[in-house]
Every structure is written in structure tokens, then in C-alpha cells.
Design a protein around this ligand. Structure first.
Ligand SMILES: Cc1cc2nc3c(=O)[nH]c(=O)nc-3n(C[C@H](O)[C@H](O)[C@H](O)COP(=O)(O)O)c2cc1C
Length: 210
């Protein structure tokens, strides 16, 4: 099917590039999975920084980017996160990234809505981060269950900050860890109004009804 599509549009090289880019993005979105087992080999830390860089490109209300990312490679520090999260794979990774939001500017700008905006932005930024990690050949799992005060104490994060997640990062082993349970598309999309599950296509224009 892909070959058919490519040959059909290959007259125009710009369109071809567009299609190939789209395929890669689609692939990355669909193949991303949480992974909790990591190889012993330590990846290049610059790859993690590239993933953090991707987070900056997510949409932000009034362009107020509100996040910081702490990249931890010190084994002793990473070990402390077993206690803080009660999840052993967190302390087995080669790197740990801790994503933090500071919603103060958004709250100053948008009052109580600022807190919600900050959380929404964090989700968008983190998805970029996850996809770029994948592009860099790295795997992770978003961990949000942890003792907030312990995480802040380990890293010296000020009390008013919001820790959005811990991301243990490494290279994937051959052992598969994730279960794939996806919500069906038909359960999440409505057409034209709340609850309408059927798409009514535009009528075909013919000589009779035009
Ligand atoms: C906000 C949020 C919090 C999460 N917290 C945890 C967690 O504390 N521990 C954990 O093992 N996984 C956690 N996860 C990962 C989910 O369990 C995982 O994404 C889900 O099972 C779907 O699997 P997938 O990422 O492979 O698609 C969290 C995910 C999100 C988005």
C-alpha cells in the first residue's frame, strides 16, 4: 500500500518527503511503550538532553514554558529513588530524569486556571520528551507514584514546585515488559456533538442535487 502511494505522488519530490516524515511520526507514536528493564550499558547522556530539548517544542499558554528537567546519572542518587517511589525498576536505570513544573508565572497570568494550564503543558512536553527518547533509541516509563517530599528532599527541589514524573532511562533488553491495552477508537471519538458516534459524510454532489 505504501509503495502504491509513493509511486502515485513521486512526480512531486516535496510531497514524497512529507509522506515519509509523516510515516516516521506515526510509527513513533504507535510504537512507544513503557519499558522497565534496562541493559547494563550506559547510553550517551547527550541523547537524553536531546529528548529534553524536544520538550521545549510543545505548545505553551502565552509561550510560558514552565518546566525544568533534572538529569541524574549518579548511581548513588538514583538508588535513593527506590525508597522514594517504592518501585524497584526506577533505581535500576542508568539515568533518571525528574520533570518539574513551576506554575507560578502561569498562575500570575491566568489566576486559578494557571495550575491547570501548567499540568496540560507538562503532559504535552512530556509526550515530546518520550517520543524523542524513542527516536534516540532509549526507553523509559513515566512514573508518577512517589513520595513527593522524599523526591524534593533528595534533589533539593523547592517545596512549591510540582514534580510531574520520574523517568528511569536506559537501553532496552530483549525482554518485553509492557502490556498493550489500548482504548478502542470508537470509544473516544464523537462527531459533531457529544455522544454522536456516527460520521455523516457530506452528500456527494451530483448534477441532480447541485
Ligand atoms: C500520569 C502517569 C502516571 C504514571 N505513573 C506510573 C507509576 O507510578 N508507575 C508505573 O509503573 N507506571 C506509571 N505510569 C505508566 C503507565 O502505567 C503506562 O503508561 C500504561 O500502563 C500504558 O503503557 P504504555 O506506556 O506502554 O502505553 C504512569 C503513566 C502516566 C501517564
Amino acid at each position: 500500500m505504501l509503495l502504491g502511494t509513493v509511486s502515485q505522488i513521486s512526480q512531486n519530490p516535496y510531497k514524497l518527503i512529507y509522506l515519509i516524515d509523516y510515516m516516521q511520526l506515526n510509527d513513533a507514536i504507535k510504537k512507544r511503550r513503557s519499558v522497565t528493564r534496562y541493559l547494563n550499558k550506559k547510553p550517551d547522556w547527550r541523547k537524553v538532553v536531546r529528548a529534553i530539548d524536544a520538550a521545549r517544542y510543545a505548545p505553551n499558554a502565552d509561550n510560558l514554558f514552565a518546566m525544568k528537567f533534572i538529569l541524574i546519572s549518579n548511581e548513588e542518587t538514583i538508588n535513593k529513588f527506590f525508597d522514594a517511589s517504592q518501585q524497584d525498576f526506577v533505581s535500576k536505570a542508568k539515568y533518571l530524569v525528574v520533570a518539574v513544573s513551576d506554575d507560578s508565572k502561569l498562575v500570575a497570568h491566568y489566576k486559578e486556571r494557571g495550575t491547570r494550564y501548567s499540568a496540560l503543558q507538562a503532559g504535552a512536553a512530556i509526550q515530546n520528551f518520550l517520543l524523542e527518547l524513542m527516536e534516540q533509541g532509549l526507553v523509559t516509563k513515566w512514573v508518577k507514584y512517589f513520595y513527593d517530599e522524599k523526591v524534593k528532599e533528595i534533589l533539593g527541589i523547592p517545596e512549591k514546585m510540582i514534580v510531574e514524573g520520574l523517568f528511569p532511562i536506559g537501553l532496552e533488553t530483549k525482554i518485553k515488559t509492557g502490556a498493550e491495552v489500548l482504548t478502542d477508537l470508537e470509544n473516544i471519538v464523537f462527531f459533531e456533538k457529544w455522544g454522536e458516534k456516527k460520521m455523516t459524510p457530506n452528500p456527494i454532489v451530483t448534477l441532480e442535487n447541485s
